[in-house]
Design a protein around this ligand. Structure first.
Ligand code: PMP
Length: 359
């Protein structure tokens, strides 16, 4: 007799991460190209002496530090095992079986996967020709199914296209959609934005200064803070909503070493800001060269660039792999390439000059 598993999981394969190929430059996962700060390594070593004990399930120290950083109450912060797990917790906290999770497409690949595995359904709205989220179309789609939509993801800067949302777009969207639908501003790449786009935390209150109970901002230590291997992210939002997010938290899912590393990282903002500055300078250099080569690159505000290559994506991906550069290809749409150290970026630029020369 065949084992009984949920029939709706048939055909769903799990998340497929960026490839790691020995000897190749990996620009596929938007990681930091630089190793950890010495203070982080030291904090982890000290925390290592206590790993016979469970971690602090409430992440009290990190939560207090984050609350102070953002000028909010500690009940307005939840720490999670990467912001991806907070995405999952938010869906679980807001969507009943069969309800919809709305987002632009293309966006973060985990959104449809986490939606389906939670028993909810994705409501995917195409991005514009300029590769940006289409908030008018997204609002129309949400309003059309308002009773059935539990949550909306707005990813800004958007992974993988690098575009940001303006203050007017976000305010307009929040004014249009019903206030009982949770709107997640996924800002995994916020620290890299240099275009004056708004910080999502400003939407936690409305124009009259009253708290919005349906807006949540997601941030991570994986990108600008360079701690991808440790898995720490956090949500900032209204206590009522975050209590539901805490209810579905997997006990002890954020480990002690990760907590210690994230805590000391918050004391190293100057060093990290300098690292972010290197990435944004390199992003401009790479983007300029891609434009000069006549390639379809968007003005990215994240630590990656996006090439909207359409049907040419698979061939580009294969060419890059042959040239020992691993990018993230999305068949039929385009390729995302992480901005890393100047040396890694040079390796990419050498390969893409060859590609443009033969294309
Ligand atoms: N949101 C977005 C938009 C992302 O691109 C990512 C990582 N690729 C995440 C969330 C999750 O990041 P993490 O779980 O490492 O915090």
């Amino acid at each position: 007799m065949a084992v009984r598993v949920r029939p709706d999981l048939a055909g769903i394969t799990g998340y497929v991460p960026g490839r790691t190929v020995p000897g190749a430059v990996k620009l596929a996962s938007n990681e930091s190209g630089i190793g950890p700060l010495p203070s982080v390594v030291q904090a982890m070593a000290s925390a290592g002496e206590l790993i016979n004990r469970y971690p602090d399930n409430n992440a009290s120290v990190l939560t207090a530090k984050l609350a102070a950083k953002f000028g909010v109450d500690t009940e307005q912060i939840v720490v999670g095992c990467g912001s991806v797990m907070l995405c999952q917790q938010l869906i679980q906290a807001t969507c009943a079986q069969g309800q919809k999770v709305a987002f632009g497409w293309r966006s973060f690949e985990a959104y449809p996967l986490l939606t389906r595995t939670a028993g909810a359904e994705p409501l995917m709205v195409p991005i514009t020709e300029q590769q940006a989220l289409d908030l008018d179309a997204l609002a129309d789609a949400v309003i059309a199914e308002a009773d059935n939509v539990g949550l909306v993801f707005l990813c800004t800067p958007n992974n993988p296209t690098g575009t940001t949302l303006s203050r007017e777009e976000i305010n307009g969207f929040l004014a249009k959609v019903p206030g009982d639908i949770t709107v997640v501003l996924d800002e995994a790449y916020r620290e890299f934005a240099t275009d004056g786009s708004p910080d999502g935390t400003e939407f936690l209150v409305d124009d009259n200064g009253n708290p919005r109970d349906n807006v949540v901002v997601l941030r991570t230590f994986s990108k600008a803070y360079g701690l991808a291997g440790l898995r720490v992210g956090y949500a900032i939002g209204h206590p009522a909503l975050l209590n539901a997010v805490r209810a579905v938290h997997v006990p002890f899912s954020v480990n002690s070493l990760a907590l210690a590393a994230a805590e000391v990282s918050l004391d190293a903002e100057d060093e990290l800001t300098e690292r972010v500055g290197t990435v944004t300078t390199e992003r401009a250099r790479v983007t300029d060269e891609l434009k000069a080569l006549g390639l379809p690159v968007t003005e990215s505000q994240a630590n990656f660039v996006w090439l909207a290559l359409g049907e040419g994506t698979a061939a580009f991906d294969a060419f890059m792999q042959e040239h020992k550069v691993i990018v993230r290809a999305f068949a039929g749409d385009g390729a995302r390439v992480t901005i890393s150290t100047p040396d890694d970026n040079d390796a990419f630029l050498r390969a893409i000059r060859d590609y443009a020369g033969q294309a």
